[in-house]
Design a protein around this ligand. Structure first.
Ligand code: NDP
Length: 284
């Protein structure tokens, strides 16, 4: 008989606020489905406590962690190393323990590209992306590395938008330019993929109207939104009415979770189990 074991392997997410973050339910569903005695804790960490919290991970032998708002940039100084992609973006959303070392990676953009590939190959595509924050940087870098031909960054503040264009120009081969987002944006006819990487529509702002001239949206354009909660946003609702293929924020959330799960455990989880767990909590 197997010896009794009451000690599980630990993983977690640090954020503030963090109570609305649904990652625990999808990761724990996957642990269970894979027969792993692992846990995933949702932990509120204030910015001034981040260094001690990371030391706590080390001391307690956590196998891995996710970082969410506002820790993705600040955490880097407390780690033993980061991946090339994370260095390019200047942000870490996933810590993996290797021996005594805590290593940082960024799975947000890879998760996005993985879900985009379920409907189209980014190779050679013309993309319009709204937003220039952390999610947009990760998506911009990974879609560029996946061979996108052109990325137009549309952002409310010029400073962040132009900084992302500079980053993509310096670090990748993609053609890129910035357009200031002032009123309803009109899409060019030859756009292939439209991405919302802003927080417009995120709970509790669920009725937010997306500033787009919807008559410029054509039924052959793929429309994608990063908002996981609620997964159906104004942008996706309007796009579906026009007949566009749509991708919701749960796809990105699941796929970045799959990558983190593999890095922590070495096991491939079932994305369907993870999506089903999220759909259940969001009542989809
Ligand atoms: P940041 O705060 O870094 O960036 C927010 C971006 O949204 C900025 O470009 C900001 O523009 C823009 N923005 C916010 N409000 C408005 C508005 N009212 N009108 C126009 N632009 C606006 O956030 P993150 O990039 O970290 O996160 C963005 C979203 O992505 C969040 O909702 C988060 O939940 C989601 N996300 C989803 C993931 C998933 O797996 N599905 C993973 C990671 C993030 P400006 O520069 O002008 O302020």
């Amino acid at each position: 008989t197997k010896p009794l074991n009451f000690k599980q392997e630990l993983t977690c997410v640090f954020g503030q606020p963090v109570a609305e973050n649904p990652t625990q339910c999808m990761i724990e569903a996957a642990y269970k489905a894979c027969g792993l005695e692992w846990r995933y804790l949702t932990i509120e960490v204030a910015p001034e406590n981040l260094e001690s919290a990371v030391e706590g991970l080390r001391a307690m032998g956590f196998r891995g962690a996710n970082l969410t708002i506002p820790h993705k940039v600040e955490v880097i100084q407390y780690l033993d190393g980061i991946s090339d992609a994370a260095a390019m973006m200047g942000a870490v959303n996933c810590i993996v323990r290797q021996g005594d070392h805590l290593l940082g990676d960024n799975t947000d953009g890879k998760g996005f590209v993985q879900s985009l590939k379920e409907v189209t190959d980014p190779q050679g595509k013309k993309i319009v992306m709204f937003g220039a924050g952390g999610a947009a940087r990760a998506i911009g870098v990974e879609t560029a590395l996946a061979g996108a031909a052109e990325i137009t960054i549309v952002n409310r503040s010029a400073e962040r938008g132009e900084a992302l264009v500079r980053l993509l120009n310096e670090k990748t081969e993609v053609r890129t330019r910035f357009e200031l987002w002032d009123g309803n944006y009109t899409l060019a006819d030859d756009v292939d993929v439209v991405i919302n990487a802003t927080s417009i529509g995120l709970y509790p702002d669920v009725d937010a109207v997306f500033p787009l001239d919807f008559s410029s949206l054509k039924s052959n354009m793929i429309v994608s939104d990063v908002i996981p909660n609620p997964p159906e946003t104004h942008l996706l609702r309007e796009a579906a009415k026009i007949g566009c293929p749509t991708l919701d924020g749960l796809g990105m959330l699941v796929n970045q979770g799959v990558i983190g799960f593999q890095l922590w455990t070495g096991v491939d989880p079932d994305p369907k189990v993870m999506r089903a767990a999220l759909e259940e909590v969001f009542g989809v």
